[in-house]
Design a protein around this ligand. Structure first.
Ligand code: FES
Length: 292
């Protein structure tokens, strides 16, 4: 970057992603040996057997050299023409929230497709406006499910408080929606919420003009799994206990338990909210972030 050679750099040059990998062409004799950190990353991606492959962000050559980029820089000509800036990636603490509407498949079977679409859109709007009200950002919509992110512009403690606060707002909005549609629905709309926090990579993913900004990483996957598990555990929300603690919620042994998550070695502590509206009064934080 410093020498104006654009290259992918998802971790921002911290030797954590390996997307800045280059293949050096020509004499390798004058290259400084990889640092321990660089060597660790090269080992992890199986490139340590090839001395021509190095991390551009770590290598400090003493002479000019020629190389190929292993990965293309995340820019493409069409987007550059449109002056769209691609956010290639940043690691930060984010609280991920998955919200899923229950029984939407049955709903689709009972109704005309336009009707189903209308109801799902009303649900998505009810959840999204609650998330925005609390200070979060609705990020992706997959069918009747929503991924929302908290902490893109705020500290971890504010992100946790905003995320907890949004649960009560979602409960209130969906309750109102159920009242609005009372004459139209066989049974009230129900939903499941999974909430987990942790360091993730946020950035743009996609192809040409189909680019979406999103978060990737294990904490996001765990949030999705927690949402899934709300069905089996018969509750509205499952919240990683660490979020409750960071948000300043009083400990509550009766609703806290250790659960195993498929594909993970270690269980995690979660807070189970049988009804989402019970979380409403638990935090006084109103989601407002005062610019510092
Ligand atoms: S930029 Fe991520 S390892 Fe070099």
């Amino acid at each position: 970057m410093r020498n104006h050679v654009p290259h992918a750099s998802v971790c921002g040059g911290k030797a954590r992603c390996s997307t800045c990998r280059i293949r050096i062409v020509g004499d390798l004799a004058d290259l400084p040996a990889p640092s321990r950190r660089e060597q660790f990353v090269l080992d992890r991606v199986g490139a340590s057997g090839d001395p021509a492959v190095r991390l551009a962000c770590q290598l400090r050559p003493q002479k000019d050299l020629s190389f190929f980029l292993v990965f293309p820089p995340h820019m493409d000509a069409a987007l550059m023409r449109q002056s769209v800036r691609i956010r290639v990636g940043e690691e930060r603490y984010v609280v991920s929230m998955f919200v899923d509407m229950r029984r939407s498949t049955a709903l689709a079977e009972e109704r005309l497709p336009f009707d189903t679409m209308f109801i799902i859109n009303r649900f998505v709007a009810a959840v999204s406006s609650a998330v925005e009200d609390a200070g979060g950002r609705p990020n992706q919509f997959v069918g009747d499910g929503i991924l929302a992110l908290f902490g893109l512009d705020a500290s971890p403690s504010i992100a946790c408080s905003q995320a907890i606060n949004s649960i009560g707002k979602i409960a209130a909005n969906v309750a109102q929606l159920n009242r609005d549609l009372a004459g139209d629905l066989r049974e009230p709309i129900q939903y499941g919420i999974g909430l987990n926090g942790g360091n993730v990579i946020i950035g743009d993913i996609g192809y040409r003009e189909h680019i979406v900004f999103t978060a990737l990483g294990d904490p996001v996957n765990v949030a999705a799994r927690l949402q899934d598990m709300t069905k089996d555990l018969g509750c509205d929300a499952l919240i990683a206990e660490e979020i409750c603690r960071t948000a300043g919620l009083a400990p509550d042994a009766s609703s806290t338990r250790e659960i195993s998550i498929r594909g993970r070695d270690r269980p995690i502590m979660v807070r189970l909210a049988e009804r989402a509206n019970l979380i409403a009064a638990a935090t006084a934080f109103d989601g407002t972030v005062v610019p510092g």
